[in-house]
Structures are given as C-alpha cells and as structure tokens.
Design a protein around this ligand. Structure first.
Ligand code: VG1
Ligand code: CO
Length: 543
C-alpha cells in the first residue's frame, strides 16, 4: 500500500507514567510528537503487523484528529484490521472488552482520564496488550527506549475515515470497522450481573442517579441503566460527552462531583448515586447521606461477591494497590482467599487476573474491577453495587455500617498537593527515603513506628521487580501513612499523602475521617515537612 516515510527527531519526554503518556494538548499537537510515539509502538509491538488493533478514546479534544493519524500509520505499518468505536468513542473498560472479544493484538486508548480536556487541557495515549490490559512496564519501557532513537515514521497516503458511519471501510490494505462503542460492553455486563434483580429493585422505586460528568460513560450508562434496566430517563446526568467535559475535571470525587453529592443529601435524597471519570474506568459510590470510600467499596464487594451471578461460587482472591486501605485484606482473611498488595496502576493486576489468582481488585483512587476485562471499570462497579443492593435489600448506609461492625472500619483519606515544584517534591521524597532506616521503633505523637520502607514489588507470576513505588510508614496499631508522587500529572509534581487507621469498635466508627485521622495527619507533616518544603499550608484535594 502506498505510504510515505518521513524523517523525524526524538523527543526525550515520552516515557509513559502510571497509565500511558499524558501531556498537555499543546505538547501532543506540536511537530511529530504523537507520530513519534505511535511509530514507536508499531516498531516494538510486532504482533500488530498482520493483526487486529482496537482504537478509541474518551472523546476529548484532539481525539478525532489523533485517531485519523493512528489509522493512517497503522495501515502503513501493516496492521490488517482496526476496530474503532463510532465517533472515536470507547471507554477504557469497553476498549479492554473489545480487545479481548475480537482477539486483537492490542489497542491504543486515547485519554487523559480524569484530567481536564479542551485545547488547554490534557491529552493521553496508552497501549494495551492482547489480554486487554495496560501494557506492563517492560513493554512501556521498550516503547520509551524506541522513542529516544526514532528516526522516521510511516503514514499511508489515504483519506480520513468517516468515524461516524457504522460499517467496514478500507485505509489502503487495512480493513477499518467502525463499531457500536456500547454494544459489546453492554452484552458482557449481562453475562455477569443479575439484570432481572436490578430491574426489580429499580421498579420497586429505588432511586438512583449516575453522573457521567460529560465524559465517555454517558452513552454506556444511558443504554444500560435507562434502556436495559428501566431506570427512569433523567437518571443519567451530564450524559452528553463533550470535548472539554463542560470545562470541569471529569474526576468522580467529593470535590469535582459536587452536584451529584448534593443529590444524596436532604429530604429528597436519592437512594444511590454514582459517577465515573473521563474514560469511564473510575467510579464513586454514594448512598443516601453516605460516601463509600473506594477502599471500603472493594472490601464490601469482595465480601458480597456471591450475590453476583458470575461469582456465585466465590472469588479466588483479591488485590489492592499498596496505598489502598487494608479493608479488603480483612475480608480476604475471613474468606480464606489470597490477597495481594501491588504498586499503584492497573497494569500490576494483569498477571494476577490472567493467572486466575484474583477475581476482584481495586485502588483507593476510585478504581474497582474484576476479571471480566483487564482495566478498572466504573460501570461494572455501579452494577456490582446495584446487584448487591438488590440481593441484600438494605440501604447503602446499612450495608456499610454492617460491614464495619463485622470487619472493623479502616478510616481512610488521601491528601493531594497538586502542581508543586518538581524539585521540591523530589527533595521531600529523598529526605524521607534517607530517614527510613532510622524510623522503626521511634514514637511520634504517642504512636510507635513499626516499619518504614520504599515499597518494592515482585510480581508473583513473572518475577518482574518494580522498585520505589512509594514510602510506607507503618505503626504498631496497623495505621499507615504512605507518601508518593503522582505519575499522571502534566504540570509540576503532585504529592499524595495516604492516611489510614483501624477502628474495631463499632461505637467509635462514626467519626469524620479527617477527625479520626488528625494524629496521623500531624505525624505526616512532622515526618515530611510538607509545609516548609512545598510552601503549601493545606492540600488542594482531600478525598
Ligand atoms: C492515579 C491514581 C492511580 C491510577 C492512575 C490512573 O495515578 O493514583 O491509582 O491507577 O491515576 O487512573 P497517580 O500516579 O497520579 O497517583 V486513570 O482513571 O487516571 O487512568
Ligand atoms: Co480513568
């Protein structure tokens, strides 16, 4: 097929972070920035030649332009067939589903997830492998190494594809199928959950709201919740995907999904509310007057897994990212199943899921999912909760407080200091690392440090080692403070401080987490000198 080879020069900043390469839109639009990265994927991922590629994104600004570039480059690099979501839309979990269903060699997902969009916002690109999951570190590292030496890229001499027209077309020798972005995913959901039970719950007057935050889940939630499950129209709010997410952060937390949180309060409160992020892989779960922390959500779903038809015989194991609270560990203990602690980022769950060692996994950052795909999945979590609610016939608050009464409550909070000076952030982490060896045995504010380390993980399946995944300070009563720097931000550095304490006594389980964690919050400041080093008095976001 006719293509043109263009010469290019490397960029030195194309190393993927926690979840793909994320930069400001203006960075992606400069020169050959996108093309260099895409060519580096084709140069290193040779199974794509003659294979199938899945392409889609969260619909943010530059999504359509990037897809046209990718299609022409895929054709020039010998990809046999590409599946693209209509309008360029595929939520991250739906892309994972499509990769697996059609046995694709991989996928390119275009998203900067919860980061703002628009011409002044962020863009991102991520390569997923044939199992449907984000590429493991050895793959992202190979792609990055290639970006450092790339000298040319290939583009097919072809016209743009009409992304809005379902059906099959050609770009040179490559077949392009424009597919319904929702259908395969929605069908998968019906094989996992008890749709009749959820339909019954909703028909009985259980009131729900879903905030799609003008991001990718709008069409998915509308079809599944309103059309398939019979929730009244209007259940999905902000359901129209917009290139700039309406100017908001498509980040489902108490700060950015305020409108939804307000719907769960007061005398007209709904019984259940949920939101998802830019690319549809995150979830926030709320009940009437209650917010379920993502760490608790994972634990509660694991404890109630048998109510979900796909897991009626129980789950093999669970995994959580290191900073996620230890609530799930207690459930795993009680169930007698394995529990794994992995570094931050969904890519670390892939091997455990592939090996059947775990069925559920989650992160404190509003990520929950199962072995049905290899990405976290916002709507899966919503349906899982609705399925559990239909089975338990209790309110969200009752389910949560019952859970705490049985397993104890892990008070939990994350404090984010965003856009701080990168050098200062590194200084803060380095100073902590230098003190690690001297900390155990010391008492601060009446609490004794049991261990202090820089988290390293050896993958139990392939033995690969990932180091420097965050500083953990553990206390002898099971409390923890974790410090790490974000790997998804695009401006300066973001410091995340994760705080966790354990309360077994139901009489003391009703506190505001910020109150329950006061001592730990002040210890974190004492240990890390956050104010002095970053110049910030308070965190920008508390979740
Ligand atoms: C954040 C979260 C992490 C999550 C990642 C991608 O990473 O902390 O748990 O896996 O975002 O989520 P970081 O490195 O900024 O802490 V998504 O929904 O942005 O793809
Ligand atoms: Co996301």
């Amino acid at each position: 097929m006719p293509f043109t080879t263009y010469s290019t020069r490397p960029y030195d900043d194309q190393r993927p972070g926690t979840s793909g390469l994320r930069k400001r839109v203006e960075v992606f639009r400069q020169g050959n920035y996108l093309k260099n990265f895409v060519q580096s994927v084709f140069d290193t991922q040779t199974k794509l030649v003659g294979g199938t590629l899945v392409v889609g994104g969260d619909g943010r600004f530059y999504n359509r332009d990037a897809i046209q570039v990718i299609l022409k480059m895929a054709a020039a690099n010998g990809v046999a067939r590409t599946l693209v979501g209509r309008g360029g839309i595929l939520s991250t979990p739906a892309a994972s589903c499509v990769i697996r269903k059609y046995a694709a060699a991989g996928g390119l997902i275009l998203s900067a997830s919860h980061n703002p969009g628009g011409p002044d916002g962020d863009f991102g690109i991520k390569f997923n492998t044939a199992n449907g999951g984000p590429a493991p570190e050895k793959v992202t590292e190979a792609i990055y190494q290639r970006t450092l030496e790339i000298a040319d890229f290939r583009v097919a001499n072809a016209d743009d594809v009409d992304l809005d027209l379902d059906g099959t077309t050609q770009v040179g020798d490559m077949q392009v199928d424009i597919i319904d972005p929702v259908e395969d995913y929605a069908e998968l959901m019906t094989t996992i959950f008890d749709f009749d039970a959820i339909r019954g719950l909703l028909a009985d007057g259980f009131r729900i709201r879903f905030d799609a935050m003008h991001a990718v889940t709008g069409p998915y939630a509308t079809q599944i919740l309103e059309q398939m499950l019979g929730a009244p129209s209007g259940t999905v709010i902000n359901g129209m995907p917009l290139e700039d997410f309406g100017g908001h952060h498509p980040d489902p937390n108490l700060v950015h999904a305020r409108e939804l949180v307000d719907m769960t309060r007061g005398k007209d409160a709904v019984d259940f509310a949920a939101a998802s992020d830019g690319d549809g892989d995150r979830n926030m779960i709320l009940g009437r007057d209650i917010f379920v922390t993502p760490s608790d959500s994972l634990a509660i779903l694991a404890a109630n897994a048998r109510l979900i038809p796909a897991h009626k015989d129980g789950i093999a194991g669970v995994a959580r990212s290191m900073p996620t609270s230890q609530a799930a560990d207690r459930v795993a203990d009680a169930l007698g199943i394995e529990c794994f602690e992995t570094p931050t980022g969904w890519k670390f769950f892939g091997n455990l899921l592939d090996a059947g060692r775990i069925a559920f996994c989650g992160e404190e950052s509003f990520g929950t999912g199962s072995d049905h795909v290899r990405e976290k999945d916002g709507l899966w979590a919503v349906l899982a909760w609705l399925n559990v609610l239909a089975g338990r016939k209790q309110s969200v608050a009752d389910i949560v407080t019952d859970h705490w009464a049985r397993y104890g409550r892990n008070y939990y909070s994350r404090h984010d200091y965003e856009g701080i000076d990168s050098d200062a952030a590194n200084r803060l982490m380095d100073a902590l690392r230098e003190r690690l060896e001297t900390l155990p045995g010391n008492a601060i504010a009446g609490m004794t440090i049991a261990f202090a380390d820089d988290f390293a993980y050896t993958d139990p399946i392939d033995g690969s080692v990932s180091e420097h995944q965050g500083v953990r300070i553990g206390f002898d009563d099971g409390s923890r403070i974790v410090f790490r720097l974000s790997g998804t931000g695009t401006v300066g550095a973001t410091l995340r401080v994760y705080l966790e304490s354990y309360e077994p006594n139901p009489a003391n389980q009703g506190l505001d987490p910020q109150t329950a964690l006061t001592t730990l919050i002040s210890i974190a400041e004492q240990l890390a000198n956050i104010r002095a080093i970053t110049g910030r008095d308070t965190p920008d976001v508390i979740t």
